[in-house]
Design a protein around this ligand. Structure first.
Ligand code: BGC
Length: 370
């Protein structure tokens, strides 16, 4: 079967012929890959800055944001049947007995760094026709999400972040009197940095949780990104014409920042303006660039005097996949046009290598393997 692979030692990205996997274990599931999202991590791997082929292979099949259909199940598989839609999880735990997280089912918090990630680190990914996977890493998706289910994985990043925010904020009186039915973020203000797929899906999750939400991004006041953002009830502030200080004047006191750009300049500028008792969540991985100057004393002073929390978060557990699938259903009910509008380009597998090099305009590019 065809697959899109990266050969790091030869610095090549191309379509290859890859062996079709078979079900060999009783708890395994074979899926046909319907769609695979392209993200910044894939671009980094295709630029040979990141990514590791499986042991013994000179190439890595790319792709970790999937939507699949089950075609075959082992005899002991209980939760899935042929025909079901499903999303495959990305990370597999390390086997070190001293790792506290992996044996407890939380490889997203792996201590040793020796986890593997499908399509990223040590295991082939999903940019191909068939994949075989243990049932524990396959999450069912309802048929109503056929068009948008490929957005599950990028939304898991926000789900894991929010689950941590709720836990962290139990340290103080945070819930608003009389506004609880509007969601756990009611009467709080959130800023999202970046209007890529992770940022916009995060912004939808924040609006759904009741936050007054502002997205700060390049894109222009009258851009498609701006109108898409406004269509689901968030504010859009264009980074080209408004500074981070202007942004703070528009939003007022900021209780939560969800950073989804990997741009350190904007992030540390925003950190200066974080409000009392607020949480700043970092999700973006910056590229290798020259060091920047930061207002370290001011930031440190405010962190202490305002009880602020800085939280970095990566990857996600099964619970976040289930939460993301539930929320995609909510978003599709409330904002069908905005949610569908996040997928701006669908291309065949053969187009993949070119699209990894060129950065197409729009929001999310999805590869359709067949
Ligand atoms: C993926 C995560 C992964 C991270 C680091 C991201 O693009 O969404 O699942 O842990 O890359 O490899």
């Amino acid at each position: 079967m065809k697959a899109l692979a990266v050969f790091p030692s030869r610095r090549e990205v191309r379509i290859i012929d890859h062996a079709t996997p078979q079900v060999t274990g009783s708890r395994q599931v074979k899926v046909r890959v319907l769609e695979v999202g392209l993200c910044g991590t894939d671009r980094e791997i295709a630029a040979f800055d990141y990514g590791t082929p499986p042991a013994g292979s000179d190439y890595l099949v790319l792709g970790h944001e999937s939507l699949c259909q089950v075609v075959e199940t082992g005899p002991e598989v209980r939760r899935l049947r042929p025909g079901d839609l499903a999303v495959l999880m990305v990370r597999r735990g390390c086997s070190h007995p001293e790792c506290l997280a992996c044996p407890a089912g939380r490889p997203d918090f792996c201590y040793t760094g020796e986890f593997t990630e499908r399509g990223i680190k040590g295991e082939h990914g999903f940019m191909t026709t068939f994949v075989v996977e243990d049932e524990s890493h396959v999450v069912p998706v309802p048929p109503a999400l056929r068009e948008v289910g490929v957005l599950t994985e990028p939304l898991t990043i926000a789900q894991k972040a929010l689950a941590q925010v709720w836990e962290v904020q139990q340290r103080l009186p945070w819930a608003c009197h009389g506004a609880l039915e509007a969601g756990p973020g009611a009467c709080h203000r959130a800023v999202v940095l970046g209007a890529g797929p992770v940022g916009l899906l995060g912004a939808m999750a924040l609006v759904a949780a009741g936050f007054d939400t502002t997205v700060y991004s390049r894109g222009g006041e009258h851009s498609d990104k701006a109108s898409l953002t406004e269509s689901f009830g968030a504010r859009f502030v264009p980074a080209e014409s408004r500074s981070v200080d202007d942004l703070a004047a528009v939003t007022g006191n900021v209780d939560l920042v969800y950073e989804a750009t990997g741009a350190s300049r904007v992030a540390f500028d925003m950190l200066r303006l974080l409000g009392p008792n607020a949480v700043f969540v970092f999700t973006g991985v910056p590229g290798r660039k020259a060091p920047i100057e930061v207002a370290a004393d001011l930031i440190m002073r405010r962190l202490v005097l305002h009880n602020q929390v800085i939280l970095g978060t990566v990857n996600a557990p099964r619970q976040s996949y289930e939460d993301a699938i539930r929320d995609l259903g909510v978003f599709l009910d409330r904002w069908p046009g905005a949610l569908r509008g996040l997928i701006t380009l669908r291309v065949a597998l053969d187009e993949g290598p070119r699209l990894l090099r060129e950065r197409p305009a729009g929001i999310k590019t999805v590869v359709v393997p067949q």
